[in-house]
Design a protein around this ligand. Structure first.
Ligand SMILES: Nc1nc2c(ncn2[C@@H]2O[C@H](COP(=O)(O)OP(=O)(O)OP(=O)(O)O)[C@@H](O)[C@H]2O)c(=O)[nH]1
Ligand SMILES: C=C(OP(=O)(O)O)C(=O)O
Length: 209
């Protein structure tokens, strides 16, 4: 079973590359992405717990209701330190927990696809899943006795590979790979099938592109 750490940046500063597509709805879109991601992770059969790293009070309230734990966005110096803080919190309680981090911008995430990825990840000491664009990473996973050392940001697929983590070769898991940076990514996720919170925010738009 896995402990999943999901980082959520303050929505008022998040998903800036979607500004042209969603305008003033951007913080609501970012929150909906995160909440749909957390909801799908929580019902995945391989997931024991979800820890969300955020300073956003609304995200906190929503995901706690769903059953996730929340820790503050310490030390306040960006994504990888926030992820390490989440993993440290997990391992303070369960020292040999297998930990995986998942991006919070996967609003089409399907629990069964995540389960297939985590089953493959369980065969390795550390591993990662490349994003749909082939440059970044959506999931980074470590066995219980392995230091959790994420390298998200920019060309993180190459960075994770260079760190010695194994790239997971799991076919047909589009919902786990489809992170959303742009309007085109959002259209792609709509084809896969959006989670209900994102769907209802997107319905308020005249069009996405
Ligand atoms: N807790 C926390 N999460 C972060 C931080 N920076 C990024 N994230 C999360 O990391 C994941 C990937 O972030 P990006 O795709 O770069 O998201 P973004 O910065 O909102 O997007 P852009 O503004 O378009 O660059 C998302 O789940 C973000 O919420 C941070 O400083 N703290
Ligand atoms: C942070 C990442 O996401 P993106 O660059 O797609 O925003 C990453 O893939 O490492």
């Amino acid at each position: 079973m896995w402990s999943i750490v999901i980082p959520v940046k303050r929505p008022e500063f998040a998903k800036t590359r979607l500004t042209d597509a969603v305008g003033e709805l951007r913080p609501y879109v970012a929150r909906a992405f995160a909440t749909d991601t957390v909801a799908a992770a929580l019902i995945c059969r391989s997931v024991a717990e979800v820890v969300v790293v955020t300073d956003d009070d609304e995200i906190r309230a929503e995901v706690e209701l769903l059953g996730a734990d929340v820790v503050t966005d310490a030390p306040g110096s960006g994504l990888n330190p926030a992820l390490r803080h989440g993993a440290e919190t997990v391992r303070a309680r369960r020292p040999r927990a297998a930990v995986a981090s998942l991006s919070a911008d996967l609003p089409a995430l399907r629990p069964g696809e995540l389960e297939r990825v985590l089953t493959e990840a369980a065969k390795h000491r550390s591993s990662f899943l490349a994003d749909a664009g082939g440059i970044g990473t959506t999931l980074y996973a470590c066995a219980g006795d392995v230091p959790f050392e994420p390298r998200f940001g920019g060309r993180s697929r190459a960075a994770h590979r260079a760190s010695g983590a194994v790239e997971l070769d799991v076919g047909d898991v589009p919902s786990v790979r489809r992170d959303i940076d742009t309007a085109v990514d959002l259209c792609d996720a709509m084809r896969i099938g959006l989670g209900p919170r994102t769907e209802s925010v997107i319905l308020q738009l005249d069009s996405v592109i």
